[in-house]
Design a protein around this ligand. Structure first.
Ligand code: TYD
Length: 132
């Protein structure tokens, strides 16, 4: 899928424990204005189910695993995230759903904008019309 990419993050291996990091506008092509995380997801629950008009995001499975199902209106692609040193970069105008959360999984999301409800597209039919 065009513009979507799995980014391998720096990994400093150490006998004392490993360390990874992300710098805005360096490892990801946007300035980080907001960070949020999704946790304590009950088995079988689905998050997301929307697109953003202007927001760019990077999703990292800091702990555990989950699937991110992406849809740009033409193609669909599922990414299984289960390593804390990979981030899934999702540009604006991509429909996303997150599912199959493992027990104790932790999804970290870095976002290019502060929270704005008006940036959400929550109706799939409207999304399909907007990308035409
Ligand atoms: P939402 O983005 O719909 O969750 P998800 O797509 O992960 O299932 O957000 C759920 C609720 O949390 C919604 O009422 C908006 C609120 N919210 C904030 O107030 N600030 C934020 O940064 C985010 C991501 C959500």
């Amino acid at each position: 899928m065009k513009n979507v990419k799995l980014i391998e993050l720096p990994k400093i291996l150490d006998e004392r424990g490993n360390l990874s990091f992300i710098e805005g506008e360096n490892h990801i092509p946007f300035q980080i204005k907001r960070t949020y995380w999704i946790y304590d997801v009950p088995g079988g629950e689905i998050r997301g189910g929307h697109a953003y008009k202007e927001l760019y995001e990077l999703i990292v499975a800091l702990s555990g695993s989950f699937d991110v199902v992406l849809d740009n209106g033409i193609n669909k692609q599922t990414f299984s995230l289960n390593r804390s040193y990979y981030g899934l970069y999702i540009p604006k105008m991509v429909w996303r759903r997150m599912e199959n959360f493992s027990t104790n999984s932790l999804a970290l999301v870095l976002a290019s904008e502060i929270f704005d409800q008006r940036d959400y597209i929550r109706d799939y039919e409207q999304f399909k019309l907007m990308i035409k």
